[in-house]
Design a protein around this ligand. Structure first.
Ligand code: UD1
Length: 425
């Protein structure tokens, strides 16, 4: 097991250039299957989830190569419609392979997707939507077997704007005969990015980011070279870390409008936030202020992927903040750990009531999921003394060496190995 050792109370200052967005790159890598050609995807962060997705594509027969942050996928030799079960369990995003594999092969066999344990995370909306496109779905011996003699375009209303379901339907519909209309789709920037990638391959898709997405299916696709959007959640996490450590930072290669809900809350907490085209500047106040009650919502609302980091931030604020988690039912595992550090947080149903304290105290805590792990690092930066965050493999799923990112801004954070048996470093 690896851990972070953090010495709190260091001033953070500097610049950081955002990497490509994990949640944009993953579905785009899955979508490279559809064209049967070569796609060159730039700006890919070196993250364990992305390596796993690349490994799945390789196991399905694709030629995959990395050069620095560029991944090249030649999907012409694809020879399997089975998503390897062992790898599927490692990442939730493997569910994105459903739509593309059906589009390319007319069938797909997969097991339950893995990923962060932050709730039930069912895939019923994906399945209902794919059935509308003519996909027959059977569950046998713990496997989902999906097949379609011919995919047919259809009106696909979603009961909830699920990001994953929207993306799966878009990818399957690219190879369906006729027009598909996704009604009530997710509007996240990563959905728009998937549209832009597919259009760069020759697909006819419009409307992503709005109330309805229209896909005219059946067009031949070609090679593509594509650069996914910068990571708004990496950006939000760094801003929260700098705010907690009372520092200042310039985020470069950012798209400020993608972080609007996050920036509004940071401004409300007393941070000086300035937006420019392609950059965000933040300077923290001497003492953060509590913010008015907030809840996580589908985009353009406050992202669930920033809830944990904001809970940590509000521990250091003057006053009481209420944060409601509306998207996932089990996303407060960081709270017990933050309370060990001297935070004063009470959970009632889906709402955390955070009473700001004058200081957090460093201690040994454990990351239970990706963003919850990031929140413990943020708390460690703000805390007095040293903090050890165990189980940082969760954090590695979403940040490319967080110790280098924060260390570059002046944080004292070191990665160490702990042997499981002894608990020693
Ligand atoms: C979610 C986030 C996304 C984030 C990603 C990674 C939202 C709306 N989505 O996307 O921004 O990048 O996590 O952390 O914030 N649901 C069902 N049935 C389904 C699919 C989803 O009930 O078939 C429910 C989920 O249990 C959850 C909600 O819908 O409560 C959001 O799901 P969805 O948007 O699909 O999740 P992700 O695609 O994982």
């Amino acid at each position: 097991m690896e851990s972070y050792h953090i010495t709190g109370g260091k001033y953070l200052e500097g610049e950081y250039r955002l990497r490509g967005a994990k949640n944009a790159v993953l579905p785009i890598l899955a979508a490279t299957i559809i064209s049967g050609r070569t796609s060159i995807i730039k700006n890919c962060p070196h993250l364990s989830d992305i390596r796993t997705m690349a490994a799945i594509l390789k196991e399905m027969g694709c030629g995959v190569s990395w050069t620095e942050s560029t991944v090249s996928v030649d999907s012409s030799p694809l020879n399997s419609f089975r998503i390897p079960q062992n790898l599927m369990k490692e990442i939730r995003s493997s569910v994105f392979l459903m739509g593309p594999t059906i589009a390319r092969c007319g069938q797909v066999i997969l097991s339950d997707p893995g990923g962060c344990a932050i709730g039930k995370r069912p895939i019923d909306i994906h399945l209902t939507a794919l059935r509308l496109l003519g996909v027959d779905i059977k569950e046998e011996e713990g496997l989902l077997k999906c097949s379609a003699k011919a995919l047919k375009g259809a009106a696909v209303p979603l009961s909830f704007p699920s990001v994953g379901a929207t993306e799966n339907v878009m990818m399957a519909a690219v190879m369906a005969q006729g027009e598909t209309r996704i009604i009530n789709p997710a509007r996240e920037p990563e959905v728009v990015d998937l549209q832009n990638y597919l259009v760069s391959c020759g697909a006819d898709i419009t409307g992503a980011g709005g109330k309805e997405i229209r896909i005219k299916g059946g067009l031949p696709l070609h090679e593509s070279e594509y650069k996914p959007i910068p990571d708004r959640i990496e950006g939000g996490t760094i801003l929260a870390a700098v705010a907690a450590a009372k520092g200042k930072v310039l985020l470069k290669e950012a798209i400020p409008e993608h972080l609007e809900a996050i920036l509004d809350r940071l401004s409300e907490s007393g941070c000086n936030v300035r937006k420019d085209s392609g950059a965000i500047y933040l300077e923290a106040p001497e003492r953060l202020l509590a913010v008015t009650p907030m809840e996580t919502q589908p985009y353009p609302g406050f992202p669930t992927d920033m809830q944990s980091q904001f809970v940590a931030l509000m521990c250091c604020a003057d006053g009481t903040t209420k944060i409601t988690e509306s998207i996932f039912e089990n996303r407060f595992k960081h709270v017990a750990e933050l309370n060990k550090m001297g935070a004063d947080i009470i959970i009632n149903g889906r709402t955390a009531t955070i009473k700001g304290v004058s200081r957090l105290r460093g201690c040994r805590v454990t990351a239970a999921d990706l963003r919850g792990g990031a929140s413990l690092v943020i708390a460690g930066l703000a805390a007095e003394g040293s903090t050890i965050v165990d189980n940082i493999s969760h954090i590695d799923r979403g940040y490319e060496r967080l110790e280098d990112i924060l260390g570059g801004l002046g944080a004292q954070i070191v990665r160490t190995k702990t042997t499981k048996e002894s608990g020693k470093q």
